[in-house]
Write a protein that binds this ligand. Structure first.
Ligand SMILES: [Zn+2]
Length: 87
């Protein structure tokens, strides 16, 4: 039997119910105040995943040419090959 998490608007509490799939969720009432003003918690699974920190994700990648501070160093003339001086 699956667990369902609900949030009660009236008493502002989260509560969990064991319900079979055949139960009408519209008739679910709060276990604290018996109010029918409850909402299913759909994000119970994703909320347990820690959020990615944007800064560490960006720094982890390899540095590309666009990120080099001075692009001029890439435009230096290519030196002649050493073998050309052996003749
Ligand atoms: Zn309640």
């Amino acid at each position: 039997m699956p667990l369902y998490e609900y949030y009660c608007e009236d008493c502002r509490k989260d509560f969990t119910l064991l319900q079979s799939a055949s139960v009408n969720k519209q008739e679910t009432v709060c276990s604290e105040c018996n109010s029918s003003n409850v909402h299913p918690q759909m994000s119970s699974f994703s909320s347990k995943i820690p959020p990615r920190t944007e800064s560490s994700a960006v720094k982890a990648g390899p540095v590309t040419a666009d990120e080099l501070p001075d692009k001029g160093v890439l435009n230096l003339p290519i030196p002649k090959h050493v073998s050309e001086y052996h003749d």
